[in-house]
Write a protein of this length. Structure first.
Length: 345
C-alpha cells in the first residue's frame, strides 16, 4: 500500500480548519540536512572515542550521558576532597578531568556543526523555513528534541517573525521616573518574559540556552562574534548549555522535571490540542516520555484534546515499527512518507 505524502497530510488537516496542528522534530530533522555531521549520541561518542583513560573511567562509573550531571559530580567531588583535607593530587586529577571534559564537549560542538548560519546553503534554509511556516502561520507549535543549532538558525536567518521562543529583555535600570532611551540598560535575553506567547519549544534544551542559576538565558549573535563563538565563551566561563544528550525515557524525564524551562516545554506538549505531525522522530525505546506526553494530550477533555498524530517514516522498516507500537498511542495514528516533505529542498 502506497504511503501518504506530506501534501496528503496537509489536505487531511485542512478539512478541520479550526483545529491547530503542531510539529515535532526529532534527530532525523538534522540527519536529513547532513547525516555525516549529526547522529544519535554524537556528543557522548565523540568524547568516548578520545580514548582518554580518565574520561573513559568517569563515563563508565557515572552512568549517565547528561554532561551537566557529570560535570556537577566532578565539581562536587573536587570540593569535598578539598574540604576534607584529602590528597591534593587526587583533587588535581579530578579538576583536570573536569577541564578535559569541558574542552572535549566544546570540541564536539565545534566538530559537529557548520561554522555559522551562512554555511547552510540559502536554498536549503529557505525551503526549511517554508516547511516550518506550515505550522507557525496557522497558530501551531514547533517542538524539537534536538540540541543543535539548525532550527534556531533557520528561524533567525529567514526572519520568521511569528516564532516566539519565550525569551525577551528586561529593563535593568527601570525606576518610577522616566529613563531616556539612550540611558536604558537592557538585560540579556531571558526566558520567561514572553512564554505566554511561546510557540517554539526545545524539549531537550538546545545549545543557545544556559541556566545561570537565577534565570534561563539565551545566547545570541552580536556585532563581533558568531553564535558558536559566544557559546564557546560562556562555556569557558564555566556555564553549560541546557540539553539532555541521551539516556532512557525515564532519565530524560527526570532531567526535564528538574529544570523550569524544560518542564514548561514538556508541559506544553502534554497540553497540545488538534493534530501533531512528526518528522525525523523514531519513537524508539528512549522516547517513552514523549509518547507519555502525547497520550496526556490525547486524554484531555474534548474538544480541546489531541485527536491525531501523523508520523513521518523513511523506510518500510520504520513503517513496520510504527505499526507495531501503534497501540501505545491514545489518539489516531497515521503514517506518511517523510521524504515527500522535502524539508531541505
Amino acid at each position: 500500500m502506497k504511503l501518504e505524502t506530506f501534501d496528503d497530510v496537509l489536505t487531511s488537516i485542512s478539512k478541520n480548519p479550526h483545529r491547530q496542528f503542531h510539529l515535532l522534530l526529532g534527530n532525523g530533522f538534522s540527519v536529513s540536512y547532513d547525516p555525516k555531521i549529526f547522529s544519535y549520541n554524537a556528543l557522548h561518542d565523540f568524547v568516548k572515542n578520545l580514548n582518554d583513560k580518565n574520561l573513559s573511567k568517569i563515563l563508565e562509573v557515572i552512568e549517565t550521558r547528561n554532561f551537566e550531571v557529570i560535570m556537577q559530580y566532578l565539581d562536587n567531588f573536587a570540593a569535598l576532597v578539598d574540604a576534607l583535607g584529602g590528597d591534593p593530587k587526587l583533587k588535581q586529577r579530578v579538576e583536570d578531568a573536569s577541564a578535559k571534559l569541558k574542552t572535549s564537549l566544546l570540541d564536539a560542538v565545534k566538530a559537529m556543526h557548520p561554522e555559522h548560519v551562512f554555511k547552510v546553503p540559502e536554498h536549503q534554509s529557505a525551503a526549511c523555513a517554508n516547511f516550518l511556516q506550515n505550522f507557525l502561520s496557522t497558530n501551531g507549535h514547533i517542538y524539537s528534541t534536538n540540541y543543535d543549532l539548525l532550527l534556531y538558525w533557520v528561524l533567525m536567518r529567514n526572519s520568521i517573525l511569528n516564532h516566539v521562543d519565550g525569551c525577551g529583555r528586561e529593563l535593568e535600570n527601570d525606576t518610577a521616573e522616566y529613563v531616556a532611551q539612550a540611558d536604558q540598560e537592557w538585560s540579556e535575553l531571558i526566558w520567561g518574559k514572553n512564554r505566554n506567547k511561546q510557540n517554539v519549544f526545545y524539549l531537550h534544551g538546545a545549545l543557545p540556552f544556559f541556566d545561570s542559576g537565577v534565570a534561563v538565558v539565551k545566547e545570541e549573535y552580536n556585532a563581533y562574534n558568531y553564535l558558536l563563538q559566544n557559546i564557546s565563551a560562556r562555556m569557558e566561563r564555566g556555564e553549560y548549555p541546557i540539553f539532555v544528550t541521551a539516556g532512557d525515557g525515564q532519565q530524560k524525564l527526570n532531567h526535564i522535571t528538574h529544570n523550569q524551562y524544560l518542564t514548561y516545554c514538556y508541559d506544553s506538549l502534554c497540553q497540545a490540542v488538534g493534530s501533531l505531525v512528526t518528522f525525523g522522530f523514531s519513537f524508539g525505546e528512549y522516547d517513552e516520555h514523549i509518547i507519555a506526553a502525547i497520550n496526556k494530550a490525547a486524554k484531555q477533555r474534548p474538544p480541546n484534546k489531541l485527536w491525531s498524530i501523523y508520523i513521518g517514516v523513511y523506510s518500510s522498516e520504520d513503517k513496520e515499527h510504527i505499526e507495531k507500537i501503534k497501540g501505545k498511542f491514545r489518539c489516531k495514528v497515521r503514517v506518511f512518507d517523510a521524504k515527500t516533505a522535502k524539508i531541505w529542498g
